[in-house]
Design a protein around this ligand. Structure first.
Ligand SMILES: CC(=O)SCCNC(=O)CCNC(=O)[C@H](O)C(C)(C)COP(=O)(O)OP(=O)(O)OC[C@H]1O[C@@H](n2cnc3c(N)ncnc32)[C@H](O)[C@@H]1OP(=O)(O)O
Ligand SMILES: N[C@@H](CCO)C(=O)O
Length: 351
């Protein structure tokens, strides 16, 4: 392949999908109009059977080749010279898609607190409208971690035989009380901010910093911080972990907003692939594609048992495990293990 050809293949486009018809939400509310920002990389092949759709996590965006750089890109496992790679920013997120700071067409003002509650099923439905807009009749692989894995599983249920593989990383089929509890405590932190309730872009920003600090503890493991944030024995105050969490809080609050955080954490809580479908086990049994559930042995948020549960209850289930001190965020770090797991899964499932 010439360098010119490889440039064509690796060209990444940033696009906006504008959905005038809007979306009927699980709550019964109708979102009148919405947009999704998305990226594509690579080319759709003549058989249209090389689509890989990547779904991001809570604070992610549509640039999967950045935050999953170890898996996506030239000479990586999902190489745009082989695949047509799509990644869209979740509805409610602040990286180009319709979100609480977007203008409410009914009022001409930002939605703020009036933005509707979304479920993972709504998020999957919004992506399916983009799939249809792109004219993609089938998808080779869905891959997503954490919240992205929850939405991928919902979408695998509705895609049915349009989908060949679903790779669900550090995620679950139904939100546990433990996860909901962590999200509720983070929303309490946002609510404790005296600016929360104001109709302004930065409302709840300090509270979001505290929420992120709580979140970071759930995304890691005690060993993570023993390894990276231990102090000398003389220290009696101002510990490294304290400044790390405060730093991470400010880092997120400067790139995200409390409204999107609130909406997406509520979507995580809502997740149950079995709701209205006879329960979680029944719904999983009705997902026909090949499913690879990847757990992390040190994940205290989305436990490895929740990934095993998925693999045990879908008809074509496989389980693999990442061994890491990084806990839940290992899905964003342990690229060597992820590449090995993906390689062995696809070798065993060539057809
Ligand atoms: C828009 C998006 O794409 S986001 C998509 C979803 N991705 C994310 O949430 C972020 C993905 N990345 C991460 O979560 C992390 O960077 C990981 C998991 C990949 C790597 O974790 P770590 O190796 O611990 O790095 P982590 O980013 O947590 O911390 C390092 C940062 O903390 C700082 N830091 C480390 N220790 C301390 C401390 N004691 N006090 C203050 N700051 C500290 C470092 O200087 C570094 O700062 P920088 O980010 O400005 O370079
Ligand atoms: N740390 C990642 C994963 C959270 O589930 C994020 O902030 O999106």
């Amino acid at each position: 392949m010439t360098s010119q050809q490889s440039n064509i293949f690796s060209e990444m486009t940033q696009e906006i999908f504008s959905c005038e018809e809007g979306l009927m939400l699980e709550s019964g509310e109708h979102l009148p109009h919405f947009q999704l920002s998305y990226t594509t990389q690579g080319q759709l092949n003549p058989d249209q059977d090389n689509v890989v759709w990547v779904l991001h996590a809570l604070t992610g965006d549509a640039n999967a080749h950045e935050w999953w750089s170890g898996l996506i890109g030239e000479d990586k496992f999902f190489d745009p010279s082989k695949y047509f790679i799509v990644c869209a920013n979740l509805l409610g997120s602040c990286y180009g898609s319709t979100q609480p700071l977007s203008i409410n067409p009914k009022t001409g003002e930002p939605y703020y607190y009036d933005f509707p509650n979304l479920t993972t099923r709504d998020l999957a439905a919004s992506f399916d409208l983009l799939r249809q807009y792109l004219g993609l009749g089938k998808i080779h692989t869905l891959i997503g971690g954490s919240l992205g894995g929850q939405v991928a599983l919902e979408w695998a249920y509705t895609l049915q035989r349009r989908l060949k593989h679903a790779i669900i990383v550090a995620s679950n089929a139904k939100a546990s009380p433990w996860i909901i509890g962590f999200n509720e405590s983070q929303r309490m932190a946002i609510e404790s901010d005296s600016t929360w309730g104001q109709r302004s872009t930065d409302a709840g920003k300090r509270g979001l910093e505290a929420a992120r600090a709580i979140g970071m503890l759930s995304y890691r493991h005690p060993q993570t911080f023993i390894h990276s944030q231990s102090d000398t024995e003389e220290k009696r105050d101002n510990f490294r972990i304290s400044s790390y969490l405060r730093y991470q809080g400010k880092k997120l609050a400067n790139r995200f907003n409390a409204f999107s955080y609130w909406v997406l954490s509520k979507a995580m809580d809502s997740h149950d692939v079995g709701r209205g479908r006879g329960g979680t086990v029944k719904a999983l049994s009705q997902i026909p594609c090949k499913v690879l559930a990847v757990g992390v042995d040190s994940d205290v948020l989305f436990t490895s048992e929740e990934s095993r549960f998925i693999s045990r209850n879908v008809p074509n289930g496989n389980y693999r495990e990442i061994h890491s001190i990084y806990g839940h965020d290992a899905f964003l770090i342990e690229f060597e293990q992820l590449n090995y797991i993906l390689t062995s899964f696809f070798l065993e499932n060539i057809n």
